[in-house]
Ligand binder design. Sequence first.
Ligand SMILES: Cc1cc2nc3c(=O)[nH]c(=O)nc-3n(C[C@H](O)[C@H](O)[C@H](O)COP(=O)(O)OP(=O)(O)OC[C@H]3O[C@@H](n4cnc5c(N)ncnc54)[C@H](O)[C@@H]3O)c2cc1C
Length: 414
Amino acid sequence: MSARTVHVIGAGLAGLSAAVALANRGAKVRLVEGGVQAGGRCRSYFDPVLNHIIDNGNHLVLSGNHATHDYLRTIGSVDKLAGPDAARFDFMDVRSGARWTIAPNEGPLPWWVLVKSRRVPGSSVGEYVALAKLLARSPGKRIDEVIDCKGAVWEKLLQPLLLAALNTDPASGSAELASAVIRESLARGGHAYRPRIASPTLGATFIDPALAFLKIKGASVTFGARLRGLGFDNGKLASLDFADGSVALSADDRVVLATPAWVTKDLIPDVAAPTQFCTIVNAHFAMPAPAGASLMTGVIGGTAEWVFAFSDRLSVTVSGADAIVDQDREALAKLLWKDVAAVHRLGAELPPWQIVKERRATFAATPEQARLRAAAATRWKNLFLAGDWTDTGLPATIEGAVRSGKKAADLALR
Ligand SMILES: Cc1cc2nc3c(=O)[nH]c(=O)nc-3n(C[C@H](O)[C@H](O)[C@H](O)COP(=O)(O)OP(=O)(O)OC[C@H]3O[C@@H](n4cnc5c(N)ncnc54)[C@H](O)[C@@H]3O)c2cc1C
């Protein structure tokens, strides 16, 4: 048995996915996180204002995200993903008060678009057919260079779904990344895009069970140890430099660097990495969801994009939120509550609230930025990269982060 240690730096989902895959295959794992807790951009914490554990932001995954489901099965928490038994998306246009539900059929032949009551109000079958162009690969192109970004299906379905997936203005987003998402979800039929939400929290679903799994497998996990530098020697990574000293690597050791793009670029200045990032703003309102409330509702014509209903809170996500992020927090809470109140037929008075601004939530999913993603393997044979920003072929998502970690783990053990 080799004495090799695999050092995983960063305990976000990419690092956890790598550490879990490695530990599951019997590797000796040392996971090191710079912050005080694991989860990175997908974390939960106690909020003293609301007196609740909240998520930094609502995270949606889809039933067809196979790597995410495999990861959750391995750590024993796949049953913590909640969601409807079929792909159903409730929407409300807060300008007109109109409400509708998109109800795709399960299989890959999308006959639901032929049934008026199941499709977007005011849409024609021809609009769905025209979207097929997005299925073809179009490297380097923007979405608006491939399809017409207008019409009912665009405004009331594709635009909100792609904004959630890309976290970037969809018209100028990468057609290649949109195509990857569509090929893995919408094109496979409703069974592949049932919405799935961590319940009760991200931490309880994605993070804490992974840390428990690693403990059982004997992995070492250290918090509050920020990697400051890398020492290279003779074509290999030779040391990891932390504030309290340097860790010399043995000849057989491997390192998975699962830090965000901007940190990795600081550590390895000539690495290819995206340089532009987009914001997500979340608002949490402490009150139980009204009886019968839909788990998530897409908002058209408002400021909120998705309103999520949990047993202890109503939460709002605004993706690509760069235009509103600098607004005063109280003004934001009032603005977003208007949409929540419309969706759930509530009064004007705000319950206790919290606003969470994530300024570098994801890299900007434009064709230019997508070109700047690094491969998992590096020119140093014992160093591998992971993270939602590496070249996964997907936008910056949980599924992308988990796949990147698994891939780096596979390479490290090869
Ligand atoms: C508000 C919000 C909403 C989102 N919604 C969705 C969604 O609905 N669906 C979806 O699929 N995705 C969503 N995402 C994206 C998803 O959260 C990310 O793609 C994913 O969490 C990225 O994981 P990661 O491990 O690549 O990076 P990170 O989570 O950034 O992890 C990197 C880790 O490295 C640590 N670190 C940094 N520097 C150092 C250092 N020098 N030394 C040691 N450790 C270090 C950090 O503390 C962090 O823990 C959302 C993101 C945000 C912010």
